[in-house]
Every structure is written in structure tokens, then in C-alpha cells.
Design a protein around this ligand. Structure first.
Ligand SMILES: C[S@@+](CC[C@H](N)C(=O)[O-])C[C@H]1O[C@@H](n2cnc3c(N)ncnc32)[C@H](O)[C@@H]1O
Length: 180
């Protein structure tokens, strides 16, 4: 009986933790593995690139990018279970660093590429943060939904699949001129 209670408590903790992000910018839903390469192709990843995943979940994409492109990756995750899982895994990856907490409280000024798979109602907060913090030329990649009233410089669309939108920061903040 004691064992069952402990098991129920652990399962409940894991369940709550997976949906914990919904209290902030999004619940947990991983980017599909088959899209990792598509996302990487939207940018020029090099060994000196600093790639951020805001709300990094299990960190799957970061581990892939580090393995395949030798990129420096930082994930920020607010859900304790997802954080611990990815933090432990990151111990085996020299160039992946997982941080705990609310990404809105972290400095993004060194990022070259910022990836976010979040609910669109939170994009305004994210845009404001990037406008004030991100360096000139940093790229933002959004999964699923574009920024309101903004044109991305690039879109990756596939019939029946998730779309990805790319933006670039310029001196005055996030500017979103579509390339010709
Ligand atoms: C839709 S999932 C995307 C996971 C991962 N980026 C991926 O693409 O596989 C959103 C993640 O963001 C996390 N999250 C939500 N709000 C956050 C916040 N303010 N700070 C850090 N993480 C957050 C959630 O816990 C969840 O893991």
C-alpha cells in the first residue's frame, strides 16, 4: 500500500510537472524529431553559433544540434521534471547547457539564434524581450505561429506539417523584412 501511494505521488508529480509550463508560456509538446533538420537549415549553424531554446522541454533539439553541427546550445526550462531529465542528459554533451527557470528572466544578449515553441498569446512578451535585449543580427525562429502583424524574413512550410517562421533583429529591435 505504501509503495502504491509513493508510485501515485511520483506519477502525479511527473504529470503536473509536464503541464507546469502551461502556467507560463506553454505546456510541454516536443518539436518533432523529423523537423530538427528543417529548423537547422533555416540558419547557418557553425561551431561558434550560440543557439537558445526558450522552454527547452527534454532538450531533444539541442542535443541533436550539438551532435550534428557542434553548435553551442542553451536550453531554459521551467518544468522541474523536464529540467532534471535534460540537465542529466546534458552532462554527456560538452556544448549543451540546460538552465532552470523562466526564460523571461534570463539575458539573451549573447544569443545568435533563439528558438521558441510557445503559445502565440505570449509572443508580445517575447518580442519585447528580444527587441530590448537581442544583439543585432540575432535570429528568432518561431514554431507553428507567426508574430502578429509581422512578416518573417523566411518561412518553412510543408503541406500538412508545422510551419517555422524566421525573424532577424536589427539595431532598432526585431525587424521582419521578408527577403525577396
Ligand atoms: C511546446 S514545449 C516545447 C519544448 C521544446 N522547446 C521543443 O521544441 O521540443 C514548451 C516548453 O516551454 C516550457 N515553458 C513554458 N513557459 C516557460 C517559461 N516562462 N520559461 C521556461 N520554460 C517555459 C514548458 O515547460 C515546455 O517544456
Amino acid at each position: 500500500m505504501v509503495f502504491m501511494n509513493i508510485a501515485i505521488f511520483i506519477l502525479f508529480f511527473i504529470f503536473v510537472s509536464l503541464f507546469f509550463g502551461a502556467l507560463f508560456e506553454a505546456p510541454w509538446l516536443p518539436t518533432r524529431k523529423k523537423d530538427y533538420h528543417r529548423i537547422a537549415e533555416l540558419t547557418e549553424l557553425r561551431p561558434d553559433t550560440l543557439f537558445y531554446d526558450l522552454g527547452s522541454g527534454t532538450g531533444g533539439m539541442l542535443f541533436y544540434l550539438s551532435r550534428k553541427y557542434d553548435a553551442n546550445c542553451i536550453g531554459i526550462e521551467i518544468s522541474p521534471v523536464l529540467y532534471f531529465y535534460s540537465k542529466i542528459k546534458s552532462l554527456f554533451y560538452k556544448k549543451v547547457n540546460i538552465k532552470y527557470g523562466d526564460f523571461l528572466k534570463y539575458d539573451l544578449s549573447k544569443a545568435d539564434i533563439i528558438y521558441a515553441f510557445l503559445l502565440p498569446e505570449n509572443f508580445e512578451k517575447l518580442k519585447k524581450k528580444i527587441d530590448t535585449e537581442a544583439k543585432n543580427g540575432a535570429k528568432l525562429i518561431l514554431s507553428c505561429w507567426p508574430l502578429k502583424d509581422d512578416n518573417s524574413i523566411r518561412i518553412s512550410k510543408k503541406e500538412g506539417e508545422i510551419s517555422y517562421y524566421v525573424y532577424i533583429t536589427q539595431k532598432e529591435g526585431l525587424r521582419t523584412k521578408r527577403s525577396p
